[in-house]
Write a protein that binds this ligand. Structure first.
Ligand code: ADP
Ligand code: MG
Length: 320
């Protein structure tokens, strides 16, 4: 049994124009100590996937299928139980650290709060542990900064604090949604290397969402390529990079060297755009932009074709 098992996840969002499907037939697993990357253009459904794992979908969202963490079903969990789980078994790091921190409270207290809430730690023990965590995320002058407020830190330092909060209770799974997008390029790599190092040390599972192909190549063992709310291709990172099996994956990597991806290599631009949810076709969501499209692609969602050990692509044109 994997640490996280997502099967046939379907997420429906409520909009002014009625319900729309944001995720369809999304299935993947993350083992303990395994690092998995989620890539895809903006609007592909990456953040909706992350939010579903944390029970943070917008009000009125419908969730079908299964999300199991350590064997426990999370779909249908009461809000009270989600609160116990978040920050305890699942740590999360989002794009913008300022929104994750309370501007009115010193950072040490914000880390300690999680320990007191989930672990019932006393005030002194929680403060000592907060210091240890700030040192662990390599915040310079951690002891002096325990009583600093978020606005007194740089963006990169704030994201280190968010990571410290995410790690406070020793979660089984860390979900990081574009954790460095809001940071300066020079800081991005440091923060990602820090996350990778902490995940390795603690043996957590990691779901890392990033646009940066170079980061993915260095950081994650497996890749999920998402498009139009489906997982178009998934497999060991090296196999996905080598075969580029799905036409969408090929598009993402187009005009990029296959190996030795430079720092900050971003996804290439494919002609056309990601469909709006309200106009999502019943068939392959990539059909409109695909050079290899045939009529059958529009008839229904293509089944996943096995390509090798743990490697598959949802495409009728892929060569097994
Ligand atoms: P990504 O993180 O891959 O850029 P998202 O998961 O944020 O993409 O969004 C996937 C799709 O869901 C997009 O079409 C987006 O417009 C839509 N979406 C996101 N949040 C909502 C919402 N609260 N209500 C309606 N549609 C939404
Ligand atoms: Mg997003």
């Amino acid at each position: 049994m994997s640490l996280l098992e997502v099967s046939n996840l379907r997420v429906t969002l409520r909009t002014a124009r009625g319900p729309v499907e944001a995720l369809r037939e999304v299935s993947f697993a993350i083992d303990r100590g395994e690092t998995v990357g989620l890539i895809g253009e903006s609007g592909s459904g990456k953040s909706i996937t992350a939010l579903a794992l944390m029970g943070l979908l917008p009000d009125g969202a419908g969730v079908e299928g299964s999300i199991r963490l350590g064997g426990r079903e999370l779909v249908g969990l009461a809000e009270r139980d989600w609160c116990r789980l978040r920050g305890d078994r699942i740590g999360m790091v989002f794009q913008e650290p300022m929104t994750a921190l309370n501007p009115l409270h010193p950072i040490g207290r914000q880390i300690a709060e999680s320990l007191r809430l989930h672990r019932g730690a006393g005030a002194a023990a929680a403060r000592a542990e907060a210091l240890r965590l700030l040192e662990r995320v390599q915040l310079p002058q951690a002891a002096r900064r325990l009583d600093a407020y978020p606005h007194q830190l740089s963006g990169g330092q704030r994201q280190r604090v968010v990571i410290a909060i995410a790690l406070a209770c020793g979660p089984d799974l860390l979900v990081a949604d574009e954790p460095t997008t809001a940071l300066d390029v020079t800081i991005q790599r440091e923060v990602l290397d820090l996350i990778a190092e902490l995940v390795r040390e603690d043996g957590m599972g990691l779901l890392l969402i990033s646009h940066d192909l170079g980061v993915m190549a260095r950081t994650v063992q497996r890749l999920l390529v998402m498009y139009g709310g489906i997982v178009a291709e998934s497999g060991p990172t090296a196999a996905v990079f080598e075969h580029l099996a799905h036409p969408y994956t090929r598009g993402l990597f187009a005009a990029r060297p296959r190996i030795g991806l430079a720092r900050g290599t971003r996804l290439a631009t494919i002609p056309g755009r990601v469909p709006e949810l309200a106009e999502m076709p019943v068939g392959c969501p990539f059909a409109e932009r695909c050079e290899l499209v045939i009529d059958a692609c529009r008839a229904g969602l293509p089944a996943a074709v096995a390509l090798g050990a743990g490697h598959e692509a949802r495409c009728l044109r892929v060569q097994p």
